[in-house]
Design a protein. Sequence first.
Length: 325
Amino acid sequence: MNRICRLFNIKYPIIQGGMVWCSGWRLASAVSNAGGLGLLGAGSMHPETLREHIRKCKAATDKPFGVNVPLMYPEIDTIMSIIAEEGVKIVFTSAGSPKKWTDWLHERDILVAHVVASSKFAAKCEEAGVDAIVAEGFEAGGHNGREETTTMCLIPAIRRTCTLPLLAAGGIATGESILAAQALGADGVQIGTRFALTEESSAHFSFKDRCLRLNEGDTILTLKQLSPTRLVKNEFYKRVEEAELRGASVDELREILGRGRAKLGIFEGDIFEGEIEIGQAASLIHRLQSVNEVMKELIEDYNEALNRMQANQQMQFTTGAIKSH
């Protein structure tokens, strides 16, 4: 047990990211039932669709679960009202300032975690009174911070400036990486890509199949003039790349992007013209597994890595061992 487990009343400090078009009730309930914290991805749901998923999730698990809410969502007031009405007690916010909604949620006994990509915004979260922070590094899939700071650098930087419970995100897909995140100062982790590529994820099979065949370097952060987004290199990306190289305007890039591009790629399975949003960690994953299999593997690999590290403690560095020459 640690601060994250106590805060959210879960067995393992593992949170499933609330990803658009991937994080429906089947995925969220499966993660919660396996001892983590499942999140519904409200960013790709109409208000009444979210209500339906909340109710189905409550029927599928008696464990805690939450909702991820992008704060730039056009019907944010309606979404928040539904969350409160349906008795959800955990909300993860992203893509905006948490200041407006944190007090409102706290008044309704709802815990708030907020996603950031820099120490500056982590400090603002602490000022806003959130209960936990998710620090998401450059390796993550989908929308990313403009700072392009890696998880390895971001976690210790935020740990130095922030006292709140801290979750590491971006590039976390194995038990070893969970242990590494804790060594850097995180209390737990938020995992997106690994859970997006499970049987319970609501993403299209073609999306999963394409992502399970990725190698290192097959994703790239692009669309930086609009909103930096990590994508798989496909035909759509090539058109974006060509436009950016010749100095296309923001308006032209918006026209190329169009509407519903992420839904086309992730939910409808058009792996050529859709936005295939996935993190760098996809290159480590090559099998479609159930959530139970993933959670079991994460815990076993974490414990093995911890045992290896403890066995090597006799190799500890000491100040006296460092000599100038």
